[in-house]
Design a protein around this ligand. Structure first.
Ligand code: ATP
Ligand code: MG
Length: 393
């Protein structure tokens, strides 16, 4: 079995960055066993392994097990409204399903429904050096935005990456499909695994503790691999995903839920007229001579083209570029807005259906949490045995 885990915070509404950088990739993987072209991994080799796994695993067919989590414990690391958390949690789960996550093929669950997340995070907090966390860019960014530090932010924001490591490690996930902004956190999770396994999971005393607890004496955690999709990457017909969708008001900062300006992002549930208006008003540049990709002086052009390509994954980059390269912004923008509206339309329709049947949604989440809990408890026990805790009998 190969296990995939990923999640999105339920704060605010999901935007195109979350969708193109994460959820759309999950759906692709769930349905095809592959992510959109991913030059950051071993590429072709990897694709072959996915299709017909006959090396390494000795001819055993790899079964993918997908876990998609609504990470509500992460959502409280920033100021949040208790009147909205439950609603936005259900909304996020419904959106996963509306976007194509099939509860028959993948597990969908809410992080706080599986207590092992918070518990393992505590153990790992005690096994992670402060200065590893002090290096985290997201912490520095978010702390700055929240007004510096001191009493304006909670400790949880600082240890956020440790909770994220716990999320991943609990499921012994092999692959973690996330956007480019999470690369540093993924690296940290790998560092935590190495340090933990090295410090606690070696030697005869470890073997003896495992034996007493009835566990095999292998390392407590699997080192996860990041799956990060490069901008508009892809080839033969597919344009791939977008590693980092940028803000509509600033092509150099990422589209984000926590940006107070709603015009900086397209939310997956924005109605068509709102999408059109946001695109109409979004930042462009005054370069003459048409629209182009990958000019470092034109971050907005690259971003808008990336979005245009990503919402039409069946069309090649070359084809799209031929279509739009001679255009002025005034011509391109309505085209882009239409493409986004056309892509999101069916998702929005399905979302309304899923939300109309809360019993179904709750059932999916309960089943997801039960399945997740079973695996998570096993890992938590292994971590506790490794650290020397008494295990209740
Ligand atoms: P916040 O600003 O509160 O951190 P967010 O918009 O970054 O919210 P997250 O829940 O932190 O959303 O991220 C969920 C997933 O979406 C992650 O896999 C992350 O890499 C991906 N993601 C978030 N923003 C972008 C973006 N602008 N482009 C591509 N992927 C993104
Ligand atoms: Mg984020």
């Amino acid at each position: 079995t190969r296990r995939i885990l990923s999640g999105v915070q339920p704060t605010g509404s999901l935007h195109l960055g979350n969708y193109l950088g994460a959820i759309m990739q999950w759906v692709e993987f769930q349905n095809t066993g592959k992510f959109f072209a991913d030059p950051s991994s071993s590429g072709k080799e990897d694709g072959e392994e996915d299709a017909a796994d006959d090396d390494g695993d000795g001819g055993i067919v790899v079964v993918n097990e997908n876990f998609f989590c609504v990470v509500d414990l992460h959502a409280i690391t920033m100021p949040q409204d208790p009147n909205e958390l439950e609603e936005s949690t259900l909304a996020s789960a419904a959106l996963y399903i509306a976007a194509g996550i099939d509860p028959e093929k993948s597990r969908v669950f809410v992080q706080s429904h599986v207590p092992a997340h918070a518990e393992l995070a505590w153990l790992l907090n005690c096994a992670t050096p402060m200065n590893w966390l002090e290096r985290m860019i997201q912490y520095k960014d978010k702390a700055k935005k929240a007004g510096g530090g001191g009493d304006s932010i909670g400790v949880g924001l600082f240890t956020y990456p440790v909770l994220m490591a716990a999320d991943i490690l609990l499921y012994q996930a092999d692959r973690v499909p996330v956007g480019e902004d999470q690369r540093q956190h993924l690296e940290l999770a790998r560092d935590i695994v190495r340090r933990f396994n090295n410090e606690y999971c070696r030697g005869n005393s470890y073997k003896a503790r495992c034996k007493r607890a009835g566990l095999a004496s292998r390392p407590a955690f699997t080192e996860p691999e990041a799956m990060i999709i490069s901008p508009g990457g892809g080839g033969d017909g597919g344009t791939g995903g977008v590693a980092r969708v940028m803000s509509l008001t600033d092509g150099t900062s990422k589209m984000s839920k926590s940006d107070p300006n709603d015009n900086s992002r397209i939310n997956v549930l924005d109605p068509p007229d709102v999408i059109r208006e946001k695109i109409k008003r979004c930042k462009t540049d005054s370069f003459a001579g048409g629209i182009e990709w990958d000019n470092p002086d034109r971050p907005e052009a690259t971003n808008l083209l990336n979005i245009y390509a990503a919402v039409q994954p069946h069309r090649s980059r070359e084809e799209l570029y031929e279509e739009v390269k001679g255009m002025k912004w005034g011509d391109f923008k309505p085209l882009l807005a239409d493409a986004i509206v056309a892509h999101l339309g069916p998702i929005q329709k399905r979302y309304a259906e899923v939300r109309a049947d809360e019993g179904y949604l709750r059932r999916v989440l309960n089943e997801g949490a039960n399945a997740a809990d079973e695996i998570a408890q096993r890992t938590l026990k292994a971590a506790k045995v490794a650290m020397g805790f008494s295990i209740p009998k």
